[in-house]
Ligand binder design. Structure first.
Ligand code: ADP
Ligand code: MG
Length: 275
């Protein structure tokens, strides 16, 4: 049952991003609510490529912790739209802004869910490459789902014209800046684990871990220096041993020492979490 644009009524804007606009929409016939990501046909070629990659990945994934795609719409104008399940709480970024920092207990549950999604993606040779609070969606059931595959990579593809990275570099791992120093047996998957470690720490602290407070906005060079030459961020005094150890396993600068998503699913911080 394909969905056409004319059957969808726009209710509100959910977010703007690099690639386009995401709307909350209602399907007139069924009254179902969806999220609709719309990308203009006349957009930048890079954005267009990103969109095709995102569609490609959404089509081949099926997992409770990966946002579900209900259809792809292409208009004669060249505009593209992705019909997705609507996540009614928003993103972990909005959760942080509206309800404040997350407790270790909540974070353990978030970590377990994101790791489950990442482990699935990695076993399907997909690297997300842009894990951060605003790309992790949440619903009322406290389900967390990975979204926004615009800069993701499918491994083993020889035809990958766009290896350059577009997006924020704040959550990028040391080996992505400097593969020679931190790459070891660099395969790319470990970069998602680094980003998850930073994300969880941010949700605990209430600000990005590589800056000292909420208001600080460092430039690209400052961030790169902090990531490559500084010690990796660690969980603050007062946190549990399990949480501290978990963050340490995610934020190993040398990518080959970092635990994989699959390994982290059996880390005490996560597997002792009460769902
Ligand atoms: P971009 O590549 O433009 O960042 P995203 O897929 O991350 O695109 O979407 C941008 C924003 O739209 C998200 O940060 C989020 O606020 C909102 N959004 C995206 N998908 C959904 C969804 N399925 N349900 C609810 N909100 C969503
Ligand atoms: Mg995004």
């Amino acid at each position: 049952h394909s969905i056409s644009v004319s059957e969808l009524e726009k209710l509100q804007v959910l977010g703007h991003g690099n690639s386009g606009t995401v709307y909350k929409v209602r399907h007139r016939r069924t009254s179902n609510i969806y999220a609709l990501k719309v990308v203009k046909g006349d957009c930048d070629p890079i954005v267009r490529r990103q969109l095709h990659r995102e569609i490609d990945i959404l089509r081949r994934t099926d997992h409770p912790q990966v946002v579900c795609c209900h259809g792809i719409i292409e208009k004669p104008t060249g505009d593209f739209a992705i019909v997705m399940e609507y996540m009614d709480v928003g993103t972990l970024e909005t959760v942080l802004l509206t309800t404040g920092t997350l407790s270790e207990r909540t974070l353990a549950d978030v970590a377990r869910q994101v790791l489950s999604g990442l482990s699935y993606l990695h076993s399907h040779r997909i690297i997300h490459r842009d894990i951060k609070p605003s790309n992790l969606l949440v619903n009322q059931k406290m389900e967390v789902k990975i979204a926004d595959f615009g800069v993701s990579k499918i491994m083993g593809r020889t035809l990958d014209p766009c290896n350059s990275y577009v997006g924020t570099c704040a959550y990028m791992s040391p080996e992505r800046f400097d593969p020679d120093a931190y790459g070891g047996s660099y395969d790319g998957y470990a970069a998602d684990v680094w980003s998850l470690g930073l994300t969880l720490l941010e949700l605990y602290l209430g600000h990005f871990p590589l800056v000292s407070g909420p208001g600080e906005r460092p430039d690209w060079a400052t961030l790169m220096c902090a990531i490559c030459f500084g010690d990796p961020p660690s969980s603050p005094v007062g946190t549990s041993d399990e949480f501290r150890s978990f963050i340490e396993c995610c934020l190993q600068k040398e990518s080959s020492k970092r635990w994989s998503a699959h390994q982290l699913l059996s880390h005490p911080f996560v597997c002792h979490a009460i769902p």
